[in-house]
Design a protein around this ligand. Structure first.
Ligand code: ATP
Ligand code: MG
Length: 482
């Protein structure tokens, strides 16, 4: 693995990583097109990276001095007379007591990128290029000039249609999902879920996140190549409609038990591949289906303790064995999209958001704040070295809207609903918990899910305080039917 940019494929066991070589021209000795201001800027960057490294490595020599990595090269890479990249290369031999993973750790490059306000890529170059243009060592590359957008000139709002229907007949394979139409792909850009690996989707309310996910479900379900595990954070309101389809599991209550199963499956598969000496699912070749875990409403999922850690691990190590989380959120804040999650969700998609800072949480770039907020389904995809604007396909949802999806109550649900009806249709978690002998938090959780489904009203508040939720007609009918 000569050139593994840690930014996209942070896991050392991610076998799908591909080398990426950028078309940049390096400033050769004697070439004087870099202005002295640019060179001074390069020196500042070098000093910043060095001091950040020392802090990150946190290593003090015996004599009390800080260990400073030996710089063997610091270069400005020029293109058309302008500095495009800055590259700092350190000799790994001077750092033998640090594993190179630590030096190219995505958490470090991410922190550096935030600090410098530029994209930073770190990778290990084990083979010197014959012409010496890229020295051997650990390379920190700072992107000084924005990478080219797909096509010449960014597509403007008017260049893309405002709405296009999904046409599944254009699907290139059973593992491909649609991103939408782009300036370069007017008939639609489709990418394989294996390439996408693990996906983060962010954007303001009602901009089209769930619609995109429905399009992916439509593309993946029924083909037999992928299994789907769906959690909508609304107690099945969105994804309940897919219940009963072959290869689809809709998670109703808590997410954690399902994540544990997936985690066990991931470890089982890692073991199988290891024993077979295969480095990835394709090399293993024994028909393990890909599993796509879709979580809409990440913030809701994270309310369950333990979910985040499992999700981070699935996102980080699952790809090589065909387990691919796809996570959507309307809360583009670092408290929800934590650094650990983000670094492991390598493909990023953002719909319009109000602020550049929201956009950065998802894309590490401000572009989603410039999307037209009046066009639903307009998105920016960060894919390889590019930001690509697309108009997602509009999906006609399968009939039998989830809200009315035929559904019977489980024994437990029936017991709880009856307890509320016996209390005149008033649902106060504390009282119901006492009635049915369950934990109050569990009942509160169920109440939130039932409210999202339209089975309970909101909490009724009055001058007398919390009056509890009320049982809605939909639930009454289900109890009658059950
Ligand atoms: N690609 C699209 N093309 C045209 N219309 C769309 C598209 N995507 C979404 N819409 C419209 O916008 C509405 C909201 O979309 P969606 O429910 O997917 O948004 P969301 O981002 O998931 O919202 P929320 O944050 O509330 O869950 C849809 O009902 C649909 O009418
Ligand atoms: Mg949604």
């Amino acid at each position: 693995m000569a050139l593994l940019p840690a930014f996209w494929k942070p896991q050392s066991n991610n076998f799908n990583a591909r080398p990426v070589i950028r078309p940049v021209a390096r400033l050769r000795p004697g070439e004087t097109r870099a202005s002295s201001a640019a060179l001074r800027y390069g020196e500042t960057l070098k000093a910043t990276i060095q001091s950040a490294l020392v802090r990150w490595l946190n290593h003090r020599n015996r004599d009390g001095t800080w260990y400073a990595p030996l710089t063997i090269a610091a270069n400005l890479w020029m293109h058309d007379g302008e500095p495009t990249f800055f590259a700092l290369v350190i000799d790994p031999e001077t750092l033998y007591h640090y594993p190179s993973e630590k030096l190219i750790d995505p958490r470090f490059t991410h922190a550096l990128a935030l600090h410098l306000g530029k994209d930073v890529y770190a990778f290990e170059n084990n083979a010197a290029t014959p012409d010496g243009s890229l020295p051997r060592g650990i390379v920190y590359e700072v992107v000084l000039r924005n990478l080219p957008r797909l096509g010449t000139g960014a597509p403007t709002a008017t260049e893309l249609p405002r709405s296009v229907k999904l046409d599944l007949s254009r699907r290139p394979s059973k593992l491909h999902v649609p991103l939408g139409v782009t300036a370069q792909k007017p008939h639609g850009l489709w990418l394989s879920i294996a390439e996408l690996d693990a996906v983060l989707i962010g954007g303001s309310r009602r901009m089209g996140k769930t619609n995109l996910v429905h399009a992916w479900i439509a593309a993946l379900s029924g083909g037999g190549a992928a299994h789907l595990v769906l959690f909508d954070g609304k107690g099945g309101l969105e994804f309940g409609r897919y219940r009963g389809r072959a290869g689809v599991k809709v998670v109703d209550g808590e997410l954690l038990p399902t994540l544990r199963e997936l985690y066990a499956e991931m470890n089982r598969r890692l073991g199988l591949l290891r024993d077979a000496g295969a480095s990835n699912l394709n090399a293993y070749g024994k028909g393990l289906p890909r599993i796509v875990l879709i979580i809409d409403e990440l913030a809701f999922a994270l309310q369950e303790s333990g979910v985040e850690a499992l999700l981070v691990d699935l996102a980080g190590r699952g790809g090589a064995v065909g387990i691919h989380p796809v996570v959507a959120t309307n809360q583009c804040r670092a408290e929800v999209v934590t650094a650990n999650l983000k670094v492991n969700l390598s493909t990023r998609i953002a719909f319009a958001v109000p602020q550049a800072s929201d956009s950065r949480v998802i894309l590490d770039a401000p572009d989603a704040a410039h999307l037209p907020a009046n066009i639903r389904g307009r998105l920016v995809l960060r894919w390889e070295a590019r930001l690509i604007q697309a108009q997602a396909f509009e999906v006609d949802l399968p009939s039998g809207s989830a809200a009315t999806a035929e559904r019977t109550l489980s024994e437990r649900e029936l017991r709880i609903a009856r307890a509320a009806l016996e209390r005149g249709g008033v649902f106060k978690a504390r009282e119901i918990a006492a009635d049915v002998g369950e934990d109050k938090n569990k009942i509160s959780e169920l109440a939130r899910a039932w409210q999202a489904r339209g089975w309970l009203t909101e909490v009724q508040r009055s001058s007398k305080g919390n009056g509890g939720r009320r049982v809605a007609d939909a639930l009454r009918e289900l109890v009658r039917g059950g």
